[in-house]
Design a protein around this ligand. Structure first.
Ligand code: F6R
Length: 237
């Protein structure tokens, strides 16, 4: 069962922040599954503010990110490592050794899986692609997939081109946690903001179907998932 919360964008990020502040304080060694993209940015800003106001510390927090582009160096400003560093890691007291980013090439997958299997993600943060992907598990990805190399769907490349100067610069492959990894998280928070997510949110909730053609539909099988939506994303449900 998916719990739905429909509120204004501002209220959503405040609600989600509250969850993180409470959970981090309850368990300072919490393991967080983190996402990149536009959706988590406001949350990361609020987490930095909470850290600056001494409401939370990341000194014992461990993180795992969902995905990384294939073949893009860590230092490249388009890498998801750079995104995380700029938007969160460099601004809080997290220890470098507690940050886990997926590798940027296939060879590192086994090691990432090993680390993931030694830990259990307490809260997994997710955005949703306009084609229903979670992490970079594109439509058609088997539900039992673990960390793997993916070919990005054309829709994802088109959506992500807004972050690049030219469409040709958008990587076409990535390394992503699989749907099986995501389902192992104890708690899942998915945030969907804006009109561009309205169609896929409608599809997700229009029936009870769980289909590999809509990767996010697997979340219906998880026992602790909350989808936070603003009024624009929820306008068709
Ligand atoms: C990012 C990720 C993706 C995004 C999704 C939505 O790490 O795994 O699944 O969450 O593409 O992206 P935004 O938030 O930019 O709309």
């Amino acid at each position: 069962m998916i719990k739905k919360v429909i509120k204004s964008k501002e209220e959503i990020y405040n609600d989600v922040l509250e969850v993180y502040v409470n959970e981090i304080n309850k368990n300072p060694e919490i393991v967080l599954g983190l996402a990149t993209g536009s959706t988590p940015e406001p949350l990361y800003k609020k987490l930095i503010e909470a850290y600056n106001d001494s409401k939370i510390s990341f000194s014992k927090v461990e993180t795992f990110n969902l995905d990384e582009y294939e073949g893009i160096k860590k230092e490249n400003e388009q890498s998801y490592y750079s995104f995380m560093n700029k938007n969160l890691f460099s601004k809080v007291d997290i220890k470098k050794e507690n940050i886990n980013m997926p590798p940027n090439k296939e060879e590192g997958i086994e090691e990432y899986e090993k680390k993931l299997n030694e830990k259990k993600i307490d809260i997994q943060l997710l955005g949703i692609g306009s084609n229903g992907h979670i992490a970079f598990n594109e439509p058609g990805t088997p539900f039992n997939t673990r960390t793997h190399k993916v070919k990005l769907a054309q829709k994802t490349i088109d959506d992500n081109s807004r972050f690049f100067d030219k469409k040709e610069d958008v990587p076409t492959e990535a390394i992503s946690m699989g749907l099986a990894n995501i389902m192992e998280a104890k708690k899942i928070i998915l945030i969907a903001i804006g009109e561009t997510k309205a169609e896929i949110i409608k599809e997700l909730f229009s029936n009870d179907n769980i289909s590999e053609q809509l990767p996010a539909s697997i979340l219906k099988k998880h026992e602790d998932v909350t989808i936070y939506m603003d009024q624009e994303a929820a306008k068709l449900i």
